[in-house]
Design a protein around this ligand. Sequence first.
Ligand code: HEM
Length: 474
Amino acid sequence: MSEAIQSGAADDSADIPSHRELVDETLVKLYFLTALAFLTVSMLAGLLMALQLIRHNPLQGLELFSPGRWRMVHTNAVAYGFLANGFIGALHWIVPRLTLHPVFSRKLSWFIYAAWQAVVLATAGGIVLGEAQGLEWGETPVWVDPVAQLGLLLLAINFMPPIARMKGPVYVTLWYFMAMFVWTFLTYAMGNFVPQYFVTGTSAGAVGGLFIHDLVGLFVTPLGWGMMYYFVPILLKKPIWSHGLSLVGFWGLAFFYPLQGIHHFLYTPIPMFLQYGAVVSTIAVELVVTTVIINFFGTIWGSTSAVKTNLPIRWFYTGMIYYFLTCLQCSFQVTLTFQKVIHFTDWVVGHAHLVMFGVFTMWIMGMMTYLFPRLLNRPWYSQTACEWHYWLSSLGILFMAGDLTLLGLFQGWSWAALEPWDVSVELSVPFWALRVVAGLAMFAGLLVFMWNLWKTWSSVPEQQSSPAAVPAAA
Ligand code: HEM
């Protein structure tokens, strides 16, 4: 199925602009490379923190490398440096090809690229120098916040015009993207300014809870699903199973997701009606997610061999299975009964890695595996290395999430039995050591991928004028 048909813009076929007029490939490549660089930094920071927890910190005593600071670098570099750059790079490919209109301004695209990297670097630098803002996931120093807010506005200004100029019905991918531009702008403002300047105490906690969750649900999730709705039909060469169901997923997310953030703070002094509301809307989201999963498995039905033969599809569908597992996990952990055991334990850390790495990183890696050969106009140097990247990453995260989930239960039971705190720490150490092993496997996967990319880049290009010659449906 062609992208023009997906977008409903097929009537314009007489004057379809060329791929080169639509897509700034250099910028897409740059975004992807920058994303990989930040992922490397983030994983090294994660390993540092993980080693600290098993009392083997190699940089002991160096204030600038204190694990507390690098834990924040770990999460911020992953969210704003890796996921955001990976997704924005893909937006520069998808939106112009789907709408058949270029972004509002290429110069603005380059300005946003530079400004965004300045924001991420200033955030990392500010955190390392002890300037972190005291808000979970909002650690971007206060002097960076207005610049990041402006960057999000400019992003919307650059991508909305091609969508607005498009003719015909709007494909679900673009529904997700349009909503994301608005939601992310509002979410960032809410999380970084409201608790800092306008409310305090439990109210600030409640807003912080909304922010943490909306960052995942209204920024990363619509980007991720929007991209799956774009790439999966192209790669499988067939339409999405049910357009109606895809809209149920979109509106369900829009309606229920913003209400659930307070589930991060169950059993706190935040009023109980808000906590109950968050529990109910979280369970509602699980139902919505199930419809989305059914839609994608309905789509691959009859073509399941693609999981073996088509590596990007395998990355995407593995991510979807992990997504389902994360949500299943969530529907247990959101109940007050379960919270009594797992609150504050490593169960939550396992859950966070399963969704951030197991789902969104897997999807970005699948996209990169698909797009790099088109951007570089040559096949992957080594298919074996591509396979290694996939297996090290997907098994590494499964191992890490399983390890931490189990540990969370043991920690919770130890605390519930009123055992002394240090008993739970001692029992955690072997599990934390296994986390290092899993992390090293995931990191090794990344190194293999970057080596393969380097070798691919330095190999001879194929005899094609441009990746545009690679058909959209390939
Ligand atoms: C080399 C692989 C990795 C290792 C060893 C690692 C390790 C860690 C450690 C030790 C923490 C702190 C846990 C604590 O405070 O108890 C953490 C937190 C976190 N990491 Fe990683 N990590 C890795 C990769 C990643 C990746 C690739 C992502 C995202 C794509 C990620 C997302 C997160 C998140 C979201 C948290 C915060 C969890 C929470 O606050 O509940 N990590 N990681």
